[in-house]
Design a protein around this ligand. Structure first.
Ligand code: NAD
Ligand code: MG
Length: 362
């Protein structure tokens, strides 16, 4: 039985859009009201197509639905593979009135959104995210793009979708590691903005790891509410949106050190959030008990709590020096002023940062 469990709106004036969250929605929901013209191009990848493409097609009754299946993986988030989307659109004679649909995780979502931002100078698109990370993070907020050999997500555009459809059932086929990686971003929302949600997570983290539909839907809903609020206040990352990077400065250093793909992004963010909490404690912003709360929750989510064994404080400092948040060479970090309240600061004492790095690199 299909059930819509939650619905919310991302409030961006005339670019506002709904996020529809529920169980059994793929194949039963009618999304044709979000399609202005008669043509739809579903973009997906070779892993997701056999699982969900036929059901996704059924969401657009009365429309001409074409599809393009990309190779699977972050390494294909590039110009050459992006061009396969344009090839398909032009071969099937899709006009300026077409609507693109992203069916997949964050890689497919970012590429499809960017293709929509570019095709015929911009066409609408719909997000059907199928990983927990894409459901709580990348499908909301309008950041789209591809990687360049010299940097991740370096080519892109802001382009908001017409609607986001989240079916919690699609998570049942996701590898457990990917589920845990998504939970890291869920925990992040509680830590940065919503202490009540954090308390709820402490009571429900096992249900989340076990993928109970109602628990998933509630966690996704509350995460999307948080992301939607932050995006509505700061659509183009002028300031506040940077708090969404809690744990990411340490995390990116870990991802780069380990080599992309060896640590999942969410795994590195999980460890990174513990490190940020540790530094917050050394700065006198949170207490030892609160630090332990953060650590325990991340461990219960099945995430690692320590960086790679051979990583040194120097490795961290070198890799963190290139972070996008830094201004004029000064390291800027997201720390916890309290549990449920994050701040961006360049004021952390370097002695405390060194102590945190030494503590974690053993
Ligand atoms: P992903 O898209 O690579 O998906 C992970 C893996 O799971 C892939 O192999 C995929 O094919 C597979 N998969 C997807 N759904 C599945 C399902 N339902 N069942 C079985 N397998 C499934 O990774 P991701 O974690 O979803 O997204 C990471 C990407 O998102 C990165 O490129 C990152 O830069 C981007 N991102 C973007 C934003 C943003 O604001 N735009 C935010 C965060 C991350
Ligand atoms: Mg992230």
């Amino acid at each position: 039985m299909p059930r819509v469990l939650h619905q919310l709106k991302v409030d961006l004036g005339d670019r506002s859009y709904p996020i529809i969250i529920g169980q059994g929605l793929l194949g039963t929901s009618d999304l044709s009201s979000y399609v202005a013209g008669s043509q739809v191009m579903i973009v997906t990848n070779e892993t997701i197509a056999p699982l969900y493409l036929e059901r996704a097609k059924e969401c657009f009754p009365g429309k001409t639905v074409d599809s393009v299946v990309l190779p699977d993986g972050e390494r294909y988030k590039n110009w050459e593979v992006l061009n396969l989307i344009f090839d398909a659109l032009l071969e099937k004679r899709h006009t300026r009135k077409t609507t693109l649909v992203a069916l997949g995780g964050g890689v497919v979502g970012d590429m499809t959104g960017f293709a929509a931002a570019c095709y015929q100078r911009g066409v609408p698109f719909i997000q059907i995210p199928t990983t927990l990370l894409s459901q709580v993070d990348s499908s909301v907020g309008g950041k789209t793009g591809i990687n360049h050999p010299l940097g991740k997500n370096m080519i892109g555009a802001f382009h908001q979708p017409e609607a986001v459809l989240i079916d919690t059932d699609s998570l049942l086929t996701l590898p457990p590691r990917e589920v845990s990686a998504g939970i890291a971003e869920v925990i992040k929302y509680g830590l940065i903005r919503d202490v009540d949600f954090l308390a709820w997570l402490e009571g429900n983290i096992d249900g989340l790891v076990d993928r109970q539909p109602e628990v998933l839907a509630e966690a996704i809903y509350r995460s999307c509410v948080c992301k939607a609020e932050v995006v509505a206040l700061d659509e183009r990352e002028g300031g506040l949106r940077a708090i969404l990077n809690l744990g990411h400065t340490f995390g990116h250093a870990i991802e780069t050190f380990a080599g992309y793909g060896n640590w999942l992004h969410g795994e590195a963010v999980g460890t990174g959030m513990i490190m940020a909490a540790d530094l917050s404690e050394r700065e006198g912003m949170i207490n030892a008990e609160q630090l332990e709360t953060v650590r325990a929750l991340i461990l219960r989510a099945g995430l690692p709590a320590l960086p790679p064994q051979n990583m040194t404080p120097e490795d961290f400092l070198n890799l963190m020096a290139v972070d996008k948040k830094n201004v004029d060479g000064q390291l800027r970090l997201v720390l916890l002023q309290a549990v449920g309240n994050a701040v961006v600061t360049s004021k952390a004492a370097s002695g405390n940062l060194d102590a945190t790095l030494t503590h974690f690199c053993q």
